[in-house]
Design a protein around this ligand. Structure first.
Ligand SMILES: Cc1cc2nc3c(=O)[nH]c(=O)nc-3n(C[C@H](O)[C@H](O)[C@H](O)COP(=O)(O)OP(=O)(O)OC[C@H]3O[C@@H](n4cnc5c(N)ncnc54)[C@H](O)[C@@H]3O)c2cc1C
Ligand code: SF4
Length: 329
């Protein structure tokens, strides 16, 4: 690991200034991803600005019945928060599915959204990778891609984004709060991640020194009837092969509200708009749930070895919709 400096400012302005004034500076949350990438030689920041103890480490209620989840809230605290568990089960379940107890105790919400892909070529600096070095190539296209994207990728990069929380936030229409050089701004989570295009280096729309301060979650409404389901290669301590986040409201046997996001299939949480369109107003039957699931991931073009993800995510979505409807959604 290359030597680096470390600072721990006590307010947001000092944190912003420290990173803005040093081109090679990065924010540090719990360090569970960034420090790994530094050890592997993937990243070499010259300054780490620790934001894990800034005063955005709480889950707060908003006047209209929504929540603001501070950027430095740990996954473990999100998973066990009573209001989140009662009113946004999809989010509590996603947080509980993150890694292990140790990872959940250290990893922050902002760090979870900004963690990098688990594509094995990205973390192996002896291999080419367009995400690390644009123009060097993407060996995953013809190589090991069993766990990579089936939709939304480009010829330059077929990686998936590994965050569980981002998938739940996408189904909740959450908004990312950002402080930057030009002041505060808000970006819907569905617009937060970039398509890989010709230059897949940047995963998100964040600019240098942009600091995430929190995530706004709109008032619960139907979100009280929601669930996060994740399929992994083993039952715990593993990233999603595929996952689904579903909000479903059924009244008098018909679907009144439905929001669905898929994980493990794309470079970003994949909002399943086509399935939502099929379901709005439809009878809440197993046939309609399966019919909606068959429309997703819309536009899927699996690679040689990951076609299995398409039926897997469709079955997972169908099962989750059926179970939510049975629970009296
Ligand atoms: C073994 C293992 C298993 C895991 N399993 C899962 C899993 O199943 N599901 C899952 O979703 N995740 C999983 N993770 C990822 C883990 O949740 C992330 O590593 C963690 O959430 C990152 O949070 P952090 O606070 O440690 O971020 P850090 O490692 O400190 O930072 C990550 C990135 O976020 C940036 N950053 C941090 N805070 C801010 C901020 N406020 N504003 C702007 N930028 C910021 C940093 O600069 C860095 O680029 C796993 C990780 C490990 C090591
Ligand atoms: S899929 Fe993306 S991260 Fe993986 S090797 Fe290709 S360019 Fe790199």
């Amino acid at each position: 690991m290359r030597p680096f400096d470390y600072e721990r400012p006590w307010n947001i302005d000092a944190a912003l200034a420290a990173v803005r004034d040093t081109p090679g500076a990065m924010y540090l949350g719990g360090g569970t991803n960034l420090i790994d990438l530094m050890r592997l030689g993937v990243l070499a920041p010259e300054l780490l600005v620790d934001v894990s103890r800034l005063p955005f480490d709480r889950v707060e209620e908003t006047g209209d019945g929504g929540l603001v989840i501070g950027a430095a809230v740990r996954s473990a605290d999100l998973a066990s928060h009573l209001g989140v568990r009662r009113r946004y089960p999809v989010l509590a379940q996603a947080a509980l599915s993150v890694g292990s107890a140790q990872i959940r105790n250290m990893g922050t919400v902002a760090g979870n959204l900004l963690q990098r892909t688990r594509c094995a070529y990205f973390t192996d600096v002896t291999k080419p990778c367009n995400k690390r070095e644009p123009g060097s190539g993407c060996p995953a296209v013809d190589g090991v891609h069993r766990n990579l994207a089936v939709v939304g990728y480009s010829p330059s990069c077929v990686a998936t984004h590994p965050s569980d929380l981002a998938v739940a936030f996408a189904a909740l229409d959450a908004v990312v709060r950002i402080e930057g050089a030009t002041g505060p701004r808000r970006v819907p989570i569905t617009a937060f991640y970039r398509d890989p295009g010709d230059d897949p280096r940047q995963d998100t729309v964040l600019e240098h020194a942009d600091l995430i301060t929190g995530i706004e979650v709109p008032p619960a409404g139907a979100a009280a009837h929601s669930a996060y389901r994740k399929v992994c290669d083993r039952t715990s301590f593993a990233f999603a092969v595929v996952s689904v986040a579903v909000v479903l409201e059924v009244t008098a046997g018909a679907v009144r509200d439905c929001r669905i996001a898929l994980g493990g299939v794309a470079p970003k949480p994949w909002r399943a708009e086509r399935a939502e369109e099929v379901l709005y107003g439809a009878d809440a039957t197993e046939e309609n749930f399966a019919r909606a699931a068959r429309t997703e991931p819309a536009g899927a073009r699996p690679l040689r070895d990951n076609g299995y993800k398409v039926p897997l995510v469709r079955n997972l979505l169908t099962r989750t919709l059926i179970d939510l409807a049975k629970k009296g959604a």
